[in-house]
Write a protein that binds this ligand. Structure first.
Ligand SMILES: Cc1cc2nc3c(=O)[nH]c(=O)nc-3n(C[C@H](O)[C@H](O)[C@H](O)COP(=O)(O)OP(=O)(O)OC[C@H]3O[C@@H](n4cnc5c(N)ncnc54)[C@H](O)[C@@H]3O)c2cc1C
Length: 499
């Protein structure tokens, strides 16, 4: 049996891709090497444009438990410096707090609803490809087997076996200059201030959740992701040769927090919850030389790794997926125009480079030394200027992304704003129009995309922000114009020859 697409890795990016392909009518198989989902805590939430992107699949309410569309947050941090986002008129920063394990559970639930086949305990060990197909060798619970697919996507994380087997370079740096310790702990009153989420640390004062505190010895951060359980993290600038560990004693975390803050934060193992104590030394920031090799594509951490400061990982990876999914589906259905699949790398590699740039910059801004303290003072002054806040916020949110260049219309290549438009069935948000992951032509005059009606949804509305706006399934504008000259060419360029 030959699958259309085999996805290696059932983490958030592999699962989301399987949902995207299923929405586009493509059958995929997800192979995940772990028999059970890992318990070690990873992401605490989604930060940036990805929150709105998931709203465009109808997933925001399901993942957040909130009603209605996402709301921008009033503040955030860049390199442990405050970003006063409430001062911006069109604030681009959205956050969805959710533990990664829960995110994966809900994405898996969604994938299964859409009919995706997911095999746990199945590990890719080797692969080869010809001009027409990819063959993967799999070690499963009942032994080894091989399967073939028209395309294979590596969503197998930072240590990607697929990337290594294909010999795709992963250049970058390994910064061994710090040690980070995290764990889930209970912190009791009066240090834990009831009702505010703050910590009142004797000798230090009040600390706020979800913010970083930089000192000359390191960085401290904490948050509460389930009632009574705090995720505490201490980073120290100490290049001593320690081993990474997932079974660190609680005292080690407590001592590290003391060294960073110069004060004690009393903490104990939480009742009924695994403290999940982890020590890791240094961080990689690396990016795959290429995101495509023939019929194989890399997404998410398989394509890039970087410091987690500011939580950019899933924003980057899940938008790789949203960029690739519809293009791969077009290739499977046989209507992908020449070169469409190559735009995945040409569009997403530069976005990955910018994330590596801003996470390295943030790590530099949090490191110790009088020079850094001076740089922080200067940066802090610049960030009193709303235009600087906007620029940094857009960079962190991935809201400054514009695909392609030389566009005639200011909307082309950019993120389509979530306007409410009146259609035949009443006022509708653009986000809702994109739930089916189909391209949408928003037009004031109907009929322009009739020949593409099997693959493009035409929505006629007097509220279209231009005569015609062609929106890709990933929410970016493929083409916009004040008249329809050029629309047909754009439909051919992005959505192929009509059937
Ligand atoms: C402590 C920590 C905190 C983080 N916090 C945040 C945060 O707050 N916000 C954020 O956005 N990001 C955060 N991140 C980053 C985020 O967790 C990653 O970006 C994300 O997990 C990447 O998802 P992925 O699907 O690409 O890869 P992974 O989550 O690594 O999933 C890859 C999957 O592939 C499987 N696999 C590997 N090899 C094979 C194989 N050969 N065959 C079959 N299956 C295989 C693995 O078992 C795994 O399940 C954090 C990371 C860590 C470690």
């Amino acid at each position: 049996m030959t699958y259309d697409v085999v996805i290696i890795g059932g983490g958030p990016n592999g699962l989301l891709l399987s949902c995207e392909l299923a929405l586009a009518g493509v059958r995929s198989l997800v192979l995940e090497r772990l028999a059970e989902r890992a318990t070690m805590p990873k992401a605490n939430g989604l930060v940036g444009r990805v929150v709105q992107a998931l709203d465009r699949r109808g997933l925001y309410e399901r993942l957040s438990g909130n009603d209605g569309p996402p709301v921008a947050v009033p503040g955030f941090q860049f390199g442990a410096l405050p970003l006063e986002l409430y001062r911006l008129e069109d604030n681009p920063m959205f956050i969805l707090p959710i533990p990664q394990r829960r995110l994966e559970e809900l994405l898996e639930e969604r994938a299964r609803e859409l009919g995706v086949e997911i095999r746990r305990g199945h590990e890719l060990t080797m692969l080869r490809q010809s001009a027409d197909e990819v063959t993967a060798e799999i070690a499963g619970p009942e032994g080894g087997y091989a399967l073939t697919a028209r395309f294979l996507v590596a969503a197998d994380g930072g240590h990607s076996t697929v990337r290594k087997r294909l010999g795709i370079g992963f250049p970058g740096i390994t910064d061994r200059g710090f040690t980070s310790r995290t764990g889930q702990v209970a912190i009791d009153p009066p240090v834990a201030v009831r009702g505010t989420g703050e910590l009142d640390v004797p000798g230090l004062g009040r600390l706020r959740p979800a913010t970083f505190t930089r000192t000359e010895h390191g960085m401290f951060a904490y948050g509460m992701f389930q009632p009574g359980v705090y995720r505490v993290s201490a980073v120290e600038w100490s290049p001593s040769p320690l081993e990474d560990s997932t079974s660190m004693p609680l005292d080690e975390l407590r001592d590290a927090v003391h060294r960073v803050l110069g004060a004690d934060v009393p903490m104990r193992a939480p009742d009924g919850v695994h403290p999940a104590l982890r020590r890791s030394t240094g961080a990689n920031s690396r990016q795959a030389e290429r995101y495509r090799e023939g019929r194989v594509f890399l997404v998410g951490d398989a394509a890039h790794v970087h410091s987690g400061i500011g939580g950019p990982g899933l924003n980057l990876g899940m938008q790789d997926v949203l960029n690739l999914g519809w293009k791969l589906a077009a290739a499977v259905h046989g209507w992908a125009p020449e070169g469409l699949l190559d735009t995945y790398e040409s569009e997403r590699h530069p976005v990955g480079e910018r994330v590596i740039m801003h996470t390295r910059a943030q790590m530099a801004l949090t490191s110790p030394g009088a020079g850094v303290t001076a740089l922080r003072a200067l940066f802090g002054e610049l960030l009193t200027d709303a235009s600087a806040v906007r620029r940094v916020a857009e960079l962190m949110a991935g809201a400054d992304v514009r695909y392609g260049d030389g566009h005639a219309h200011p909307m082309t290549g950019r993120w389509m704003p979530d306007l409410t438009v009146n259609t035949g069935s009443g006022p509708t948000r653009v986000a809702t129009l994109l739930h089916a992951a189909r391209p949408v032509l928003l037009t004031r005059t109907s009929g322009a995309a009739k020949a593409w009606s099997d693959r493009v949804e035409e929505v006629t509305t007097p509220d279209a922000p231009a005569e015609a706006v062609l929106i890709r399934p990933d929410g970016h504008v493929a083409w916009a114009g004040e008249d329809t000259d050029g629309l047909e060419e754009a439909l051919h360029t992005w959505f192929g020859t009509p059937a």
